[in-house]
Design a protein around this ligand. Structure first.
Ligand code: G3H
Ligand code: 13P
Ligand code: ZN
Length: 309
């Protein structure tokens, strides 16, 4: 099976009351860990690449690694551009073989967001590529941009119908209180399910996306706090909230920070136990294994997309 776009996976996820995991990938070991978990659990998958990841690996390497994952796993996998901020970047990803792109023009005014998103949709749809856009602004760190809590804004449900109608976009990321990065929520976690509900009512059967949805896998909290560099007491999004969102209109849940924490924790633990090792395979294999375990946990316990491939 070749790379797929997100149309069919979102339709099934919406009807089935589960969500697809969209995992950020930066290198071979992360891709292999995520894909091994999806293979174990027979889960459809979105592998997403940020512009930073594309620059780091150079565009062709990640695409070739993802193509290898498709060939080796036989799973339905979409290759998605995460947070494309210009038409040119989205066009370049599409020309490069991505099957799905996000145009994130959420930092622009509403009319400008519509204009840029529509331009991307026209280019993408002519080539069978699906498009995600964003309304509202999440707090946290995205690439080089740090959105402070004061500059973050919840999605206004009154804008969503006009936005979707005018742009023709295939899915919409909304801001309901999740945030990017490893340190979410200073106090108790709270998500605005009332906004999600209103969006769901206004856009029947339309796939919604949650960014900033890392949750720290419970089994690995101690390990990650000890070796992952997380601040003691830092909180991800509680898993029960993500499960609730997945049972509603949320069809795509974005996870990056959890993978970074797991990868780093495994490498740090390896060196603390084996300070003399210097063969990269010795410390990257445990990182790949921990990614696999964490992703399996999410596919089954958070997203509910196991056995849906
Ligand atoms: O939302 C942002 C993702 O976590 C990607 O992060 O741009 O540092 O690769 P990055
Ligand atoms: P996290 O930082 O919560 O993993 O969010 C990742 C994300 O939204 C990527 O687009
Ligand atoms: Zn994001």
């Amino acid at each position: 099976m070749p790379l797929v776009n997100t149309t069919e996976m979102f339709q099934k996820a919406y009807e089935g009351g589960y969500a697809i995991g969209a995992f950020n990938v930066n290198n071979m070991e992360i891709i292999q860990g995520v894909v091994a978990a999806a293979k174990d659990e027979k889960a459809p998958l979105i592998l997403q690449v940020s512009s930073g990841a594309r620059k780091y690996a150079s565009p062709i390497y990640l695409r070739k690694l993802v193509e290898a994952a498709v060939e080796e796993s036989g799973l339905p996998i979409a290759l998605h551009l995460d947070h494309g901020d210009t038409f040119e970047l989205c066009k370049s990803a599409i020309d490069d073989g991505f099957t799905s792109v996000m145009i994130d023009a959420s930092h622009h005014a509403f009319a400008e967001n519509i204009k840029i998103t529509s331009q991307v949709v026209a280019y993408a749809h002519a080539r069978g590529v699906t498009v995600e856009a964003e309304l509202g602004r999440l707090a946290g760190i995205e690439d080089d941009v740090n959105v402070t809590a004061e500059n973050a804004s919840y999605t206004d449900p009154a804008q969503v119908e006009e936005f979707v109608e005018k742009t023709g976009v295939d899915s919409l990321a909304i801001a309901i209180g999740t945030s990017h990065g490893a340190f979410k929520f200073k106090g108790d976690a709270a998500l605005r399910f009332d906004i999600l509900e209103e969006v769901e009512n206004r856009l029947p059967k339309f796939p919604i996306v949650l960014h900033g949805a890392s949750s720290v896998v419970p089994e690995y909290v101690d390990l990650i706090n000890k070796y992952g560099g997380a601040m003691p007491g830092a909180k991800g999004v509680p898993e029960d909230m993500l499960r609730r969102a997945a049972s509603m209109a949320v069809c795509k849940i974005n996870i990056d920070s959890d993978l970074r924490l797991a990868f780093t924790a495994a490498v740090r633990r390896h060196f603390s136990e084996n300070p003399a090792h210097f063969d990269p395979r010795q410390y990257l294999a445990p990182a790949r294994n921990l990614i696999q375990e964490c992703v399996k946990h999410k596919l089954v316990n958070v997203l509910g997309c196991n056995n849906k491939a």
